[in-house]
Write a protein that binds this ligand. Structure first.
Ligand SMILES: *Cc1c(COP(=O)(O)O)cnc(C)c1O
Length: 425
């Protein structure tokens, strides 16, 4: 019997490039046919063949309270009934801005946008506009959405400017982006000593989730804070993934380091398109209509999306929410490591809040290079064995995983039972 997933994927490829609207969904890295999802509830989703999976991507982070949470769905339905979009301000946007500023104290003012890409791109423009400088610093392995200046990888050798990672990004853009090594404070200091007065901003994922999960070392972020302050560069934490995911106050609350600007997305939309960037008023005042840095959006602060986001932000403030989420995630990763050990598979795992990493490597990687050395072939085998057993992991060895508040003990135990078989496969 042919699978509806196969049929849909064949049809999709006729009218959509690669059959998907975002590349990692295409299963290119792991091989096989992508699952077309028909519905989701709590920790589960179902594909086009009505097969149920325990979901560990949670829409790549947003589904932190579980899929189709009744309160979120009700808020969306009520907002939708009042009208979908007005192109004029609403009370919901005021409440959401107040909530973000309360939860992330380094943010005094915030602007809402519709995607993490847009938020990171706008934060970058603001940093350049506010400092009057063009050069930006990012780190190999961090992802900040697909704005031209950010789709840049390291050139050959230290202190060379970046090369585009995508066709269509002019060299002229890439040459303003300096790509350094994650977790290398010394290199950062050297670069700032050499050209600190030309650097508009340093953008970083303070807990990286786009090269699998990788924690920044405290020294790395502390050095970044010091050199940015010393040279008047804007320190930007891209917390699109880590925000409201690793802790209520994001990675910055765990490290106790306040960036100048923060980029948010994923969880703050609760599954609908909301993202944001914010920081102190003296920086944010450079934005139009107050200042000369232009940024706008027809659907920015959309009332239906804001309703989903606000309800999610309310739910994650329930007493003990992060303690429980962190405990469940840790149960998963320690269980996975034990299962791998029993099967004699070289494997380790890490978890921060509701986010986890799995590594087919002896130790948790702290550099991009060691991350890339993880056994990708072994991951792919594990991925497919888990998928066959009804557990949906990120379809790439270099993506993080996500647990929701609905992943209870029974769900984790079912996952570990599947893993015991998958590690042996
Ligand atoms: C997902 C992500 C983005 C991009 O967000 P989109 O909403 O997909 O555009 C940016 N930065 C980080 C750290 C992300 O994880």
């Amino acid at each position: 019997m042919t699978s509806n997933n196969d049929t849909l994927f064949a049809r999709a490829q006729l009218t959509t490039p690669g059959g998907v609207n975002s590349p990692v969904r295409a299963f290119r890295s792991v091989g096989g046919t992508p699952r077309f999802i028909s519905r989701a509830e709590g920790p589960y989703f179902w594909d086009a063949d009505d097969r149920r999976y325990i979901d560990y991507i949670g829409s790549w982070g947003p589904a932190i309270v579980g899929h189709a949470h009744p309160e979120v769905v009700a808020a969306v339905q009520q907002a939708a009934a009042r009208g979908l979009s007005f192109g004029a301000p609403t009370e919901g946007e005021v409440l959401m801005a107040e909530e973000i500023c309360k939860l992330v104290p380094s943010i005094e003012q915030v602007r809402l946008v519709s995607s993490g890409t847009e938020a990171a791109m706008s934060a970058l423009r603001l940093a350049r506009g506010a400092t009057g400088r063009d050069t930006i610093v990012k780190f190999e392995g961090c992802y900040h959405g697909h704005a031209d200046s950010l789709l840049v990888k390291a050139g050959s050798g230290l202190l060379t400017f970046g090369n585009p990672t995508s066709a269509g990004v002019p060299e002229d853009f890439a040459k303003h982006t300096l790509v350094l090594d994650y977790n290398d404070p010394q290199q950062l200091e050297e670069v700032f000593a050499r050209m600190g007065d030309k650097i508009a901003c340093v953008m970083v994922e303070p807990i990286a989730g786009n090269m699998n999960l990788m924690r920044a070392t405290p020294e790395f972020l502390q050095t970044m804070r010091t050199v940015c302050s010393r040279h008047g560069a804007v320190m930007v934490f891209d917390e699109v993934m880590s925000g409201f995911r690793v802790a209520l106050g994001g990675a910055q609350s765990l490290y106790g380091i306040a960036p100048d600007m923060t980029v948010l997305g994923k969880v703050i939309g609760g599954g609908l398109p909301v993202a944001a960037f914010g920081g102190p008023a003296h920086l944010m005042k450079h934005l139009a209509p107050l200042g000369g840095v232009y940024q706008a959006g027809t659907l920015s602060g959309n009332p239906v999306a804001v309703a989903a986001g606000m309800t999610t932000l309310k739910l994650i403030q329930a007493p003990g929410f992060y303690e429980k989420l962190g405990a469940q995630t840790l149960k998963l990763t320690t269980g996975l490591a034990a299962a791998a050990k029993a099967a004699g598979v070289t494997f380790c795992a890490d978890a921060v809040g509701g986010m986890f990493g799995m590594y087919f490597a002896p130790d948790v990687p702290v550099t991009y290079e060691t991350m890339m050395a993880c056994d990708k072939t072994r991951f792919n085998r594990f991925f497919h064995a888990m998928l066959d057993a009804g557990v949906y992991l990120a379809p790439s060895a270099f993506e993080a995983g996500f647990v929701s508040a609905q992943h209870d003990d029974a769900v984790i135990e079912a996952t570990l039972a599947a893993a015991r078989g998958a590690f042996a496969a």
